[in-house]
Design a protein around this ligand. Structure first.
Ligand code: ADP
Ligand code: MG
Length: 662
C-alpha cells in the first residue's frame, strides 16, 4: 500500500476567493447562491450563480434532479471543488463536487493535499485513501517494518530524506507543499524514492552478471583469428576498420571461458551480418553449434541465403528452422539439430521453443531485437545450458540505444559499435513530396527501371491493422501494373505464406522483378544491393526510427540511391520537422536523437509497452540525472554494506533475479 503512490493531487486545504480565480485550475471555493435557473439551450441545464463578496462564479449542471435544483436556492451556502474554465467573459465550473454548508457549522477543511491514486474499477478513491492512511499510521508505530536502506556515507552526504518521511510526505503532502513539483514527480521526496528504485535495479543487474560469471563457464576459443582467416580472405570485400575492431572485441570475448554477453550496435547497412558469420564460423570450427535468431521469417530466410553463400563452400551445414515448416520436415531438422549434424541453424522465436534441443550450442546470435529485455536474454541463454556450461551471446541491433537505457536495461551487456559504413556507399538522396504528385513519381519510377534500377514501393497505413495494409499494397501493385506495362511488378506482405514470400524475394533479388510493392514487412534487415529507389507512402505517419530502417534498404550498392517520402494532405508542423530531419541526415544516432526530441522517450523504444524495466516510480527520461549517480552508490553499498544489497533488490525489483520466459 505504501508503495502505491498518488498519480496526482488536489488542493482542498484552502478556500480560494472567487475574485482571485483563473481559468484552468482545480480549486476549493465557497459562496452563497445568488440565483439558480434552468436554461433551455441545445441542452437543458441548471445554472447556479454564487458570490463570496470578492467575486462571482457560475456552476453549470447538465444532469440534476428536481431535489438538487430546489436545494440550490438563493441564500444557500455551498462549498465546491472543481476545475475552473472560461465561458465568455466569466468563469465557471461544470459539475463541481459540492456540499451544502450549514451557516452555524464550520465544516472542516482538509489539512493535507488530497492524493488521487491510480485505481481500477470498483476500487474507490476514498477506500484507497483510507487504506493508505492506515498504512502510514502503521509505519509511524512500527518503523522497523520498513527499514531505511540508503544508510551509507555517500547517501548521508546527499542529504536524502528518510524513506518513511518520504512516503508519509508523498501520500499526504502538507498544505504548503509545492503541488506543481509533486505533479511532475520532481519533488525531493519523490526523487529520493526514484533514486532508491534505480539503485535497486542497477544492483540486481550487477548481481545477475556476477552470478552468470561465478558458477558458469563457456567455450573458450583461443585461435578464432587463425581458424577464420580463410573466410576473410575469400570475402569479395575488405572489412572496414570498424568491423575489424568489433571482430577483435568479439574474438577476445570468445577466447575467455566466461560467456560473452555483447551488444553490437551498427547503423543500417554497416555490415553486421558478416560479423555474425565470423563469430559463427569460429564457434563451429571449435566444434560447437550456433543459433541465429531473426525477428521475422523473411529476415531469417535472407540470413539463410547470405550465410549459405558464404559458409556452405566451407562445408558448414546450415538450416532454417521455421515455425511454418511441415511437421515431418520440422521433425527431421529438430533431429539433425539434436544430433549436432546441423551446425548453424537460422530461425525466428521457433528456434527456442521447448521441443528444440541442441547437441552442443556454443553461440546464440540475436539480430535486430533491441526490445529484448534482460530476462529474455537470460532465458535464451538458459536454453543452451549444459550443467555449468552456457553459450556465448551476441545481440545485434541497428537501433541506437540511448544512454539511459544502456545504463539500465542493457547494463548486463558489453557494447561494440560499428561506426563506419563500407566504402563507396553513396548517401541516399531523400525528397519529400505530396501524393498529389503520384503520376510524376510513377514516371520517375518507370525511368529508373528502364535504366536497370530496382525499386521498393512501400505501403504503410496508420491503422495497425495488417489486413488493411495488405489491401493497400495489393491495390497499389495493381495500379502500378496498369500504369507501367512491361515492367515486372511483385508484391510482398505479411499475410503471404513464408514460401510465397521467399519466392518473391528471390525473384526480386535475381532481377526478375523491377518494382517490389511491399508493406513494412521489409522494414528490418532486407538486403538487395541493386535496389536503389524507394517510395514510402504516408511517410508522415511513421516514426523516424522506422523511416530510417526502411530507407536503409536502399543505398546498399554502389549506385546513387534515392528515397521519396510521400505524404497525404497537409503536413503538420511536427510532421514537416520530422520529414525534414530525414532529408537532412542519414546518421542513425542523429535521427534517434531527433526522434527523442520530437516524440519523447516512451515512443522510441516502446520501453513502457514492452516492459524492458518495470519501473514503478522512476522515469528514465525525467530522472536521467539520478541515473548518473547510481553506479557510484552501488559500488559503495557493495563495498561497505553488502547486507543491504539483497534487501534493496527485494524491495524494488522483486523477482527480477528469476528468469522469465522468452
Ligand atoms: P546490416 O548491418 O544492416 O545488417 P548487412 O550486414 O546487411 O548490414 O550489410 C549490408 C551490405 O553491405 C551487404 O550487402 C554486405 O554484404 C555489404 N558489406 C558488409 N561489409 C562490407 C564491407 N566491408 N565492404 C563492402 N560491403 C560490405
Ligand atoms: Mg542486418
Amino acid at each position: 500500500m505504501l508503495f502505491h503512490l498518488p498519480a496526482r493531487y488536489e488542493d482542498r486545504t484552502q478556500l480560494k476567493p472567487l475574485g482571485e480565480l483563473q481559468a484552468g485550475h482545480e480549486v476549493m471555493i465557497q459562496g452563497t447562491v445568488e440565483l439558480s435557473e434552468v436554461r433551455y439551450g441545445r441542452r437543458r441545464m441548471l445554472l447556479t450563480r454564487i458570490s463570496d463578496g470578492t467575486g462571482f462564479l457560475t456552476l453549470r449542471f447538465f444532469h440534476f434532479s428536481a431535489a438538487q435544483q430546489r436545494s440550490l436556492c438563493r441564500g444557500t451556502i455551498i462549498r465546491c471543488f472543481g476545475e475552473t474554465r472560461r465561458s465568455g467573459p466569466d468563469l465557471e465550473i461544470v459539475h463541481p463536487e459540492y456540499q451544502i454548508i450549514k451557516p452555524e457549522s464550520s465544516a472542516i477543511i482538509e489539512q493535507t493535499l488530497t492524493p488521487v491514486y491510480p485505481t481500477t474499477e470498483g476500487l474507490h478513491q476514498l477506500s484507497l485513501r483510507r487504506y493508505t492512511q492506515q498504512a502510514i499510521n502503521l509505519l509511524a508505530q512500527q518503523a522497523d517494518r520498513l527499514p531505511e536502506l540508503l544508510d551509507t556515507p555517500v547517501c548521508r552526504n546527499m542529504k536524502l530524506p528518510l524513506l518513511a518521511e518520504s512516503l508519509q510526505y508523498i501520500h499526504r503532502p502538507p498544505r504548503n507543499a509545492n503541488i506543481h513539483q509533486l505533479q511532475l514527480g520532481m519533488h525531493p521526496m519523490q526523487r529520493r524514492l526514484a533514486l532508491e528504485e534505480l539503485l535497486s535495479h542497477h544492483l540486481s543487474i550487477r548481481q545477475l552478471r556476477k552470478r552468470g560469471k561465478k558458477n558458469n563457464h563457456s567455450l573458450s576459443i583461443k585461435d578464432a583469428n587463425e581458424i577464420t582467416a580463410d573466410f576473410i580472405n575469400e570475402l569479395p570485400f575488405a572489412l572496414t576498420n570498424a568491423q575489424q575492431r568489433v571482430i577483435g572485441e568479439i574474438f577476445n570475448d570468445l577466447g575467455r571461458d566466461t560467456a560473452m554477453q555483447r551488444l553490437l550496435q551498427g547503423d543500417v547497412g554497416s555490415g553486421k551480418t558478416v560479423i555474425a558469420a565470423l563469430a559463427a564460423l569460429a564457434t563451429i570450427r571449435a566444434g560447437y553449434q550456433v543459433a541465429l535468431m531473426a525477428p521475422t521469417e523473411l529476415l531469417a530466410e535472407q540470413h539463410l541465403q547470405t550465410l549459405s553463400k558464404w559458409l556452405t563452400p566451407l562445408n558448414i551445414n546450415i538450416s532454417l528452422l521455421s515455425g511454418k515448416l511441415p511437421a515431418a520436415k520440422k521433425r527431421a531438422i529438430l533431429c539433425a539439430i539434436a544430433s549436432g549434424e546441423i551446425q548453424l541453424v537460422v530461425g525466428t522465436h521457433a528456434l527456442f521453443q521447448d521441443d528444440s534441443q541442441f547437441m552442443q550450442l556454443g553461440l546464440i546470435i540475436v539480430d535486430e531485437q533491441h526490445r529484448f529485455g534482460v530476462h529474455q536474454r537470460l532465458a535464451l541463454r538458459e536454453k543452451g545450458r549444459h550443467g555449468n556450461f552456457i553459450p556465448h551471446q551476441l545481440i545485434m541491433t541497428a537501433t541506437p540505444i540511448p544512454r539511459t537505457l544502456a545504463m539500465t536495461a542493457y547494463a548486463d551487456l558489453d557494447t561494440s559499435i560499428i561506426d563506419e559504413l563500407p566504402p563507396g556507399r553513396q548517401p541516399v538522396e531523400t525528397a519529400v513530396m505530396s501524393d498529389a504528385k503520384r503520376d510524376e513519381i510513377i514516371q520517375a519510377v518507370k525511368k529508373a527501371c528502364q535504366d536497370g534500377r530496382q525499386v521498393y514501393w512501400v505501403c504503410t497505413l496508420i491503422e495497425e491493422s495488417e489486413a488493411l495494409q495488405c489491401q493497400a499494397a495489393e491495390a497499389t501493385a495493381e495500379l502500378l501494373s496498369e500504369a507501367l506495362d512491361g515492367l515486372g511488378i511483385g508484391l510482398i506482405h505479411g499475410r503471404m505464406k513464408a514460401l510465397e514470400k521467399a519466392s518473391v524475394m528471390k525473384d526480386f533479388r535475381s532481377g526478375n522483378i523491377d518494382i517490389l510493392v511491399a508493406t513494412t514487412v521489409i522494414e528490418v534487415g532486407v538486403d538487395v544491393p541493386n535496389a536503389s529507389l524507394m517510395i514510402i507512402e504516408n511517410a508522415e505517419r511513421l516514426g523516424l526510427a522506422q523511416l530510417h530502417q526502411l530507407r536503409g534498404r536502399v543505398g546498399r550498392g554502389s549506385t546513387a540511391s534515392a528515397c521519396v517520402l510521400m505524404y497525404q494532405g497537409k503536413l503538420s508542423a511536427n510532421g514537416r520537422a520530422r520529414l525534414a530531419a530525414m532529408r537532412e541526415t542519414s546518421d542513425g544516432f542523429e535521427i534517434a536523437r531527433r526522434d527523442l526530441e520530437l516524440r519523447g522517450p516512451g515512443e522510441l523504444l516502446g520501453t513502457r509497452q514492452t516492459g524492458l524495466l518495470h519501473l514503478r516510480i522512476a522515469d528514465l527520461a525525467r530522472d536521467a540525472d539520478l541515473l548518473e549517480k547510481v553506479p557510484r552508490l552501488a559500488t559503495e553499498i557493495e563495498a561497505i554494506s553488502p547486507q543491504l544489497v539483497p534487501l534493496l533488490i527485494r524491495r524494488w525489483a522483486g523477482d527480477v533475479l528469476e528468469y522469465g520466459d522468452v
